[in-house]
Design a protein around this ligand. Structure first.
Ligand SMILES: [Zn+2]
Length: 235
């Protein structure tokens, strides 16, 4: 078999192993990733709750302002009543007094309602913060449990990459560039065997001419249908 092709097969097998490493790490980190996602959701919730609290506080300030004005108004009415001269004036003041008192009663009830809302929002913020803390504790524990496993996978990854580099260095760089180009789209099926005269990637049958070219093995051949690099398994 063509020497370049032999080396390409080796490289493609190493690449296959490298490709398996990231999913392996993702699998090991699964519990951690899940908690990271939960934590991010809870942090968003806290942002929303803080926003909610801010709105409540604005509303509360408005109510307090209205209450203050109504009290001032009530005091004004009281002093005007001292100087009242006619029955008509008195009646008008009485109505104004009634309205101001209603306003005060209403604002007081509103203030109580809003204060309760603020309190419940604060409680939600606190409990969510506690949940985040719990998640962080769990994550630390998981991290320490999987650290060694991840490290081993990374070491393995480095080892395979080194093996690959050693082969790549000695190889005709044109062939390497070509392989990387195919790999961009064909991934782990960039170099495939031919089964029963058909490409092992796209499974389309090669015509006799293309097949006999491939059997000669003078150069690196590609599938005329899909462009993958082909080899014939030696029995
Ligand atoms: Zn093909």
């Amino acid at each position: 078999m063509n020497k370049n092709l032999q080396e390409l097969i080796k490289i493609s097998l190493l690449d296959k192993e490298i490709d398996l490493m990231d999913p392996k790490i993702a699998q090991v980190r699964k519990g951690l990733t899940e908690r990271e996602e939960q934590k991010a959701k809870k942090e968003l919730l806290i942002t929303d709750l803080n926003e909610e609290k801010k709105e409540h506080l604005t509303l509360l300030a408005k109510c307090e302002e209205t209450l203050k004005n109504a009290s001032t108004k009530l005091n004004d009415i009281a002093s005007k009543m001292q100087e009242v001269k006619t029955e008509k004036e008195l009646k008008a003041l009485n109505i104004e007094e009634e309205i101001a008192k209603e306003q005060i009663t209403f604002q007081n009830a509103e203030i109580q309602r809003i204060e309760k809302l603020i309190q419940s929002t604060e409680e939600k913020i606190q409990s969510t913060q506690q949940e985040i803390q719990d998640l962080e504790d769990q994550m630390k524990k998981i991290e320490s449990e999987i650290a060694l496993e991840i490290e081993n996978i990374r070491k393995e990854q480095t080892e395979i990459s080194k093996k690959k580099s050693a082969i790549v260095e000695k190889l005709d760089q044109k062939v390497v560039v070509f392989y990387e180009k195919v790999r961009k789209w064909a991934k782990s099926t960039s170099v495939v065997p031919v089964y029963k005269q058909a490409c092992g990637g796209c499974f389309i049958r090669l015509n006799d001419r293309a097949y006999s070219e491939l059997l000669k093995g003078d150069s690196v051949s590609t599938c005329p249908h899909c462009g993958r690099i082909l080899f014939v398994e030696e029995s």
